[in-house]
Design a protein around this ligand. Structure first.
Ligand SMILES: Nc1ccn([C@@H]2O[C@H](COP(=O)(O)OP(=O)(O)OP(=O)(O)O)[C@@H](O)[C@H]2O)c(=O)n1
Ligand SMILES: C[C@](O)(CO)[C@H](O)COP(=O)(O)O
Length: 249
């Protein structure tokens, strides 16, 4: 069953928020408070090592080094014991917050620390293979998508929906079907406003675009690289390491 996001009423606050697609104020938000249950490793997956440094360190390097990103806010698990040891932990652009029980709660905790004017670029800690070129592409899309946009990848395979017996119950039409990736880029104040309201209304929010859709906004889709994978299961580790190695070549 597809998630149907009911449009929320437009608020005066939303109307009053002036959106500047050229605002230099871009804050990266990194939800990094997960426990990696699907990975099943002895530690949260963002601290597993690829090419000699943690997945989170790779991700932070990509964001901290980008010239248009002037702050990076990382949401950490309240019992995180590893972050402080990362070389990136002392970076002057970095701000730390404590995340929440769900990814959306962690993003909201970070948004509460972000400056009102400008843009929030939300990127999963678990996606270490992000390239500067894809960040550039998403930031440049603001001219065409002033409402905000997400990196995404068109579905290539035939998509099947399973029944409770693990058999095919239907084939899902893949026309105009995309995989949502991250980063997802939205005006900070609007994202904070709608994410807070969507969560309060009990909406299912698995990415930032879900909250904006709930508010009746249609975010743009920007074709991103297929190697921007989310490290989720054990067999993603080797693939991510290959992609990181290739990027260094
Ligand atoms: N309460 C949470 C849950 C997830 N995340 C972050 O959101 C990103 C994407 O989530 P996911 O891949 O699901 O990570 P986990 O929740 O750690 O994985 P799992 O669902 O397998 O436990 C990750 O960088 C994760 O650290 C977060 O900041 N706060
Ligand atoms: C945000 C995201 O990476 C877009 O595909 C995805 O929704 C995260 O889902 P998860 O279950 O929190 O990994």
């Amino acid at each position: 069953m597809d998630i149907v996001l009911e449009a929320a009423p437009q608020t005066e606050t939303e109307v009053a928020i002036q959106l500047d697609p050229f605002s230099p104020n871009v804050v990266a938000i990194v939800p990094a408070a997960g426990i990696g249950s699907r990975m099943g490793a002895g530690k949260p997956k963002q601290y597993l090592t690829l090419l000699g440094q943690s997945i989170l360190a790779h991700t932070l390097d990509k964001l901290l080094s980008h010239p248009q990103i002037n702050q990076v806010i990382v949401a950490l698990h309240p019992e995180d014991t590893e972050f402080a040891a990362l070389p990136q932990a002392k970076h002057p652009k970095l701000v730390i917050v404590i995340g929440g029980s769900e990814r959306a709660d962690s993003v909201l905790a970070a948004l509460d620390k972000a400056p009102d004017n400008g843009w929030a670029l939300v990127h999963d800690a678990a996606r270490p293979c992000l390239t500067a070129g894809d960040i550039d592409k998403l930031l440049a899309s603001r001219v065409h998508f002033p409402q905000g946009a997400i990196l995404a990848m068109p579905v290539r395979d035939t998509m099947k929906r399973a029944n409770s017996l693990g058999e095919i119950s239907s084939t899902v039409c893949r026309d105009n079907l995309w995989h949502a990736l991250t980063p997802q880029l939205f005006p900070t104040s609007l994202l904070r406003l709608h994410l807070k309201a969507a969560l309060a209304a009990g909406a299912v929010v698995t990415d930032e675009a879900s909250a904006m859709e709930w508010a009746g906004i249609s975010p743009g889709l920007v074709a991103g690289r297929a190697d921007n994978i989310k490290v989720t299961h054990p067999d993603d580790l080797e693939l991510a390491e290959l992609f990181l190695l290739r990027a260094k070549a």
